[in-house]
Design a protein around this ligand. Sequence first.
Ligand SMILES: O=P(O)(O)OC[C@H]1O[C@H](O[C@H]2O[C@H](CO)[C@@H](O)[C@H](O)[C@H]2O)[C@H](O)[C@@H](O)[C@@H]1O
Length: 276
Amino acid sequence: MGIPVPSTAAGRDGLAALLERPERAVIALDFDGTLAEIVPDPDQARAHPAAVPALAAIAPLVGTVLVLTGRPAGVAVRYGGFADVPGLEHLVVLGHYGAERWDAASGALHTPEPHPGVAAARAELPDVLRATVAAQGASLEDKGRAIAVHTRRATDPQAAFDALRAPLHALAARHALIVEPGRLVLELRPPGMDKGVALAQFVRDVNAETVLYAGDDLGDLAAFGTVEQRRSNGQPGLLVCSGSAEVTELADRADLVVEGPRGVIDLLSALAGALR
Ligand SMILES: O=P(O)(O)OC[C@H]1O[C@H](O[C@H]2O[C@H](CO)[C@@H](O)[C@H](O)[C@H]2O)[C@H](O)[C@@H](O)[C@@H]1O
């Protein structure tokens, strides 16, 4: 399969720069919905079976491959199967929207101090859920440094999501946290970091020329913003949307829309084929 042609001039420039100087490129990818199919139970999510082979094929051909996720970095490494993979010796996983870092080269995981507001919110959450009638069937994913309230398995997922918005924003505000909305999930997490800040710092640190960023959810918009900002300074980039019917905001800003994780993996494989 050939490389799909980006629909924008900026995207075509980004792709050309990546192919001409791959050693100066960062390929940055979200996890859930981009490398892993969306499933009802967050603990059952795993990287698509073809994801690791595709990453391992392209990683030695480009500057750096980065996974940038809202998951704790260690969870993404486990669910992704990213440790000890030939070809992925230099993979970096930034978790909790960039607050945590795992390096394949050393196996080291860097985690910041916990935010005290998370423990306080954790204690109050059961009462908030009980008081929200439409939230019946919502479930908690305790990520340690953050807590995600999932409504995918609620009786009425969208009604539960809508009904929980205001009480969760109030709870977050009481404890100096923010609410990160996603695909039928509202996450209470510390402020101060997002995928845009994390991506900007990372590409600066590795002195990248080109950035390909692929994501599927609202939390990825900040990373899109970083690539757009860099492009306005003449630094090439390529924005890829892992398309779904659930989220349309990224498709509107992407240079390439592919069909979910399978489409992202096919793109990575096509890029590796062209670079070999
Ligand atoms: O930044 P990401 O890697 O995209 O992580 C964002 C959130 O993804 C996960 O939730 C989503 O995937 C689940 C499993 O497929 C699905 O059940 C849920 O509805 C989705 O929102 C994850 O559970 C969250 O912790 C992440 O913040």
